[in-house]
Design a binder for this molecule. Structure first.
Ligand SMILES: C[SH](C)CC(=O)O
Length: 267
């Protein structure tokens, strides 16, 4: 594949994820910034994107996907981010924990645990890889909790146990958030709460916490990726700050592709 006909090789298509993802908004911005006028961004889901990536990778075919870190794809495949000299994808960010207004008063001890929830990209990747290798999210989460009592203790020490109070968590089916939501859900369950995890699209996730129909989410990518949702619901959400630092968003390709920058795609 020579650099100048990568577009033809991938039918001028970037394989994206769910339309509500901030990554898709950032990719649309990048396509404008880099004047990718003949290119189109294919919407779908994170699961569909990773399935297409796997198929192309196994056949050493060209593919360009919307990718992010932390993600198991970097553990499984030899991939690279295309350089983004115009910084259309922003800088490294944090994933924040958000709770509904009133949650602290209604459930102070579950609030304390959610407020203390903090782990590293390598911790999240450990759970993501387990799930990718076939473990059920709940099982992978339980296993991580058992293997990392020292980290979990930081979230729960000195916090009074619950006695069956309900805690409802919402998340979007991004591999990173499936991992984090199941881990914090498992910890809350062990602490005596009746936890429900609800998978929704990105818009309904923010709306659910804002209107109080859900208690919390650990899936807000700030300051850039989810800024539109933050602006829409700003004073209806309680931002407890980062539960993970050091994310990255961008266009990702297998290392066998001859391109290295988004500007190589300009036609
Ligand atoms: C796909 S990232 C986990 C989040 C987002 O892009 O909205």
């Amino acid at each position: 594949i020579s650099p100048n006909n990568v577009g033809e090789q991938v039918q001028y298509e970037i394989t994206g994820i769910d339309p509500g993802a901030g990554l898709m908004t950032a990719t649309a911005k990048a396509m404008k910034d880099y004047n990718l006028k003949d290119w189109k961004l294919k919407e779908g889901s994170s699961a569909a994107m990773t399935a297409e990536l796997q198929k192309a990778y196994e056949q050493k075919q060209p593919i360009i996907v919307t990718g992010w870190t932390p993600h198991w794809m970097f553990a499984k495949y030899k991939l690279k981010y295309l350089k983004d000299p115009k910084e259309s994808f922003g800088k490294s960010e944090s994933i924040h924990t958000i709770v509904r207004k009133g949650f602290k008063e209604d459930n102070p001890n579950a609030y304390k645990i959610l407020d203390s929830f903090y782990w590293n990209p390598t911790d999240m990747e450990e759970v993501m890889v387990d799930i990718q290798n076939g473990a059920k999210p709940e099982e992978a989460a339980k296993k991580w909790v058992v293997h990392h009592p020292d980290i979990v203790k930081k979230w729960t020490q000195g916090v009074q146990k619950g006695n069956g109070q309900k805690v409802s968590l919402v998340y979007v089916a991004w591999e990173s958030e499936i991992a984090s939501t199941n881990v914090i859900g498992s910890v809350l369950k062990n602490q005596g709460y009746n936890v429900t995890l609800k998978q929704v699209e990105a818009g309904p996730m923010f709306a659910g916490v804002a209107n109080g129909s859900a208690d919390a989410m650990v899936a807000a990518w700030f300051p850039t990726t989810h800024k539109d949702y933050l602006n829409t619901y700003k004073n209806q959400l309680v931002d407890l700050g980062p539960n993970l630092k050091g994310t990255k968003l961008g266009l990702v390709v297998p290392e066998y592709m001859p391109i290295n920058s988004i500007s190589d795609l300009e036609n």
